[in-house]
Design a protein around this ligand. Structure first.
Ligand SMILES: Cc1cc2nc3c(=O)[nH]c(=O)nc-3n(C[C@H](O)[C@H](O)[C@H](O)COP(=O)(O)O)c2cc1C
Length: 222
């Protein structure tokens, strides 16, 4: 089960004064505050393509969790600092990447929103995963998946590829997934869904995922 990590230790991790992997399987929460004030779902927008539909979908996902009174943080991979792409980042992470790491380590649950690129999930999303501290970033972390594609499969393949990776890393996978085929026809110019159907499915997934996270974390998210 996921355990607390002290604020001091968390700061050390964030500032890079603890080596990667040195915090074992602990997952951070701030021990000085009630759990529900810190409860947080992190939503990952899984591409860095400018103007992406994935980012538009994450805005709706955020709004749905907000309507459930659950705090969220959005991690947009388009905002990853350029320095993280230097080959030296495998050995030493740039300071500007720590906000991504901190959010993942503080997350009670992760919602990964991925598009389909060439029958898979975007390379930048795999690179992001590879840059996270190991093993504590995904170990025992609840996660759920949303996929979107221009084609008819709605990112089934990318989501299943991600499920394999998260399962390998011992994350707790929420089984209810949401797929969006034909994404270009589902969003209007403002990035809003043109019909309620997808939002209804996203809301049902979010309700279920909140319960799933609360059971696994043994705490209330709202
Ligand atoms: C590099 C790239 C590869 C793509 N490959 C596929 C694909 O294999 N299957 C598919 O249905 N759509 C594919 N698409 C279309 C995307 O799924 C669609 O444009 C979606 O909006 C992409 O998400 P994004 O807008 O967040 O980048 C591809 C798009 C890009 C940019």
């Amino acid at each position: 089960m996921l355990g607390p990590i002290s604020p001091h230790r968390r700061r050390q991790v964030s500032e890079g004064t603890i080596a990667e992997g040195a915090i074992g399987k602990s997952v951070s929460t701030n021990a000085n505050l009630p759990d529900n004030l810190l409860a947080m779902i992190v939503i990952i927008s899984g591409t860095n393509r400018p103007g992406s539909n994935t980012r538009k979908v994450t805005a709706t996902v955020e709004a749905i969790y907000k309507s459930l009174d659950v705090k969220t943080q959005l991690l947009d991979l388009a905002e990853m600092p350029p320095e993280i792409f230097a080959p030296t980042s495998y050995a030493a992470k740039p300071a500007a990447f720590s906000r991504f790491t901190d959010s993942i380590l503080a997350a009670d649950g992760l919602v990964v929103v991925t598009p389909e690129y060439n029958g898979g999930f975007p390379g930048v999303l795999k690179y992001f995963i590879d840059m996270l501290p190991f093993p504590e970033s995904l170990e025992g972390r609840p996660v759920c998946f949303v996929g979107l594609s221009a084609g008819i499969w709605g990112a089934l393949r990318p989501v299943e590829q991600l499920q394999a990776i998260f399962a390998y890393r011992n994350a707790h996978i929420f089984p209810e997934r949401v797929f969006m085929p034909g994404i270009r026809g589902l969003l209007d110019e403002a990035g809003q869904f043109t019909s309620k159907e997808i939002e209804t499915r996203l809301a049902k997934q979010a309700e279920g995922f909140v319960t799933f996270v609360e059971k696994l974390r043994e705490k209330k998210l709202r």
